[in-house]
Write a protein that binds this ligand. Structure first.
Ligand code: EPZ
Length: 414
């Protein structure tokens, strides 16, 4: 598997915390990491990559703001606010718009910065955080375990004076990989992976080198694809420990799995019936919301009806409309989707609205009779490295057709 997109984005933002070079390996070559490298350069840093997933970032000096058009292109840019504020005393960011999957609020991030002594001003278009002198360590109680909120606040706390405690912190694997990186830079971050993280700040951070953890969401996507389309697939460099809830669910469905230390074998013999099983997304270590769309595609091939509940985002069922156009039977009722199967899907021309709905539509197309055309496929390139090549290597009949990428989106993967 390639390196984790969500770990790489936060870790690339951490390069702003030190004037020394950060040498990263296994950075996924995708649009979002290329954009994050552009943003690091736009705020004064330097970025050098070898095209093989190795990137060196060095922010010897940092300005206080992310150019508007860049922040708007990627919601995850919100994770930069903490490092910018902690390094320069000011962080300015265009208010990251909501996107297809929900409003994507950030009030928890801002409350945390205020607790650390920053003044935070919100205009219609911008968020501006300022601190007179250094941030000070604080007790931060999050109302919900926001992932980028936890990441941004932990990074800010590493440069703050004193001790910071974050309660109800996010526990995702990418939060843990960021904290490993910060400690290698000389920070003192404890409790990563639990809901309480303590940071002893005030140290000068240094450069280091780090290998990005493999992407459990990429691995989960290919495991679900193999289960849906049928076959016998072995996933190498698979972070099984990060995928336990999803793998338990796939076993309930009737998928045959063999976990060996760093590999996962997924088998579904042709003709083997899959059972429809209810699923609700939850924060780590629950079933990842970023695998919900893919699981829904799988359930169109399973025997019976099940309810899929999306508890993390308020609007993350766009793929259902497209799946129904391919012949699925899915009824949406608020945060619940009722899926009845199995249904023989038919190829169709379908549109992608975000990274993971795109993955769901690829999976559905692999199960469908006939040819499907997936439009706005550049969303897939935001989050999956060499997706077409990897599926073709598994025996899928998939090809990329040149299509216009929206203006400003074209960035060569780093
Ligand atoms: C991160 O987004 C991931 N992105 C998302 O992955 C992932 O779906 C999400 O975490 C949940 O796991 C990156 O890591 C770059 P949240 P983030 O803040 O941090 C609400 C993908 O496909 N909320 O944990 O933006 C929010 O509205 C992407 O890889 C507040 O109400 O997610 C949402 O409903 C998509 N107030 C929920 O919490 C806040 O202050 C989860 O948001 C913050 C969040």
């Amino acid at each position: 598997m390639a390196g984790s997109k969500n770990a790489a984005l936060a870790i690339m933002a951490a390069s702003l915390l030190t004037p020394e070079p950060l040498h990263l390996r296994n950075v996924p070559r995708i649009l979002d990491t290329a954009l994050m490298a552009e943003i690091v350069q736009a705020v004064g840093g330097r970025s050098k990559h070898d095209g093989e997933g190795r990137i060196t970032l060095q922010a010897t000096q940092v300005t206080d703001r992310v150019p508007a058009q860049m922040a708007q292109r990627m919601r995850a840019s919100i994770v930069l606010l903490g490092p910018l504020l902690a390094r320069t005393g000011e962080g300015r960011l265009t208010r990251p718009g909501g996107d297809q999957i929900g409003a994507r609020r950030v009030e928890q991030h801002l409350r945390g910065f205020r607790a650390m002594g920053a003044q935070v001003e919100e205009t219609e278009h911008e968020i501006i955080a300022r601190s007179q002198g250094r941030l000070r360590g604080a007790r931060i109680v999050l109302d919900l375990p926001t992932v980028t909120g936890t990441e941004s606040l932990v990074m800010a706390a590493t440069l703050a004076e004193g001790r910071t405690e974050i309660f109800n912190a996010a526990r995702e694997p990418h939060v843990q990989d960021l904290c490993r990186l910060l400690n290698k830079m000389g920070a003192d971050v404890r409790g990563a992976g639990t809901d309480q993280i303590v940071i002893y700040g005030g140290r000068r951070l240094r450069g280091t080198d780090h290998q990005i953890v493999p992407d459990y969401l990429e691995a989960g996507t290919y495991a679900i694809a193999a289960a849906a389309a049928g076959g016998d697939v072995t996933i190498e460099e698979c972070p099984n420990e990060d995928l336990q809830q999803a793998l338990l669910k796939l076993e309930e469905v009737g998928v045959q799995l063999e976990q060996r230390n760093r590999t996962l074998r997924v088998r579904r013999d042709p003709g083997r019936t899959l059972q429809a099983v209810d699923m609700g997304t939850w924060v780590h270590p629950g079933f990842p919301t970023d695998l919900q769309a893919q699981y829904m595609a799988l359930m169109t091939q399973a025997q019976g009806s099940c309810v899929i509940s999306e508890y993390i985002f308020e609007n993350r069922f766009q793929h259902a409309t497209e799946l129904n156009r391919m012949g699925a039977s899915i009824e949406i009722n608020g945060r619940d989707a009722l899926v009845t199967g199995p249904r023989q899907l038919q190829g169709a021309t379908v549109g992608v609205s975000d990274i993971r709905s795109g993955a769901a539509l690829v999976i559905a197309a692999l199960c469908a009779h006939g040819v499907s055309a997936i439009e706005q496929a550049w969303h897939l390139d935001r989050g999956y490295e060499d997706l077409v090549e990897k599926f073709v290597a598994l025996g899928a009949d998939l090809e990329r057709r040149p299509a216009a990428v929206p203006a400003g989106r074209r960035v060569e993967p780093a």
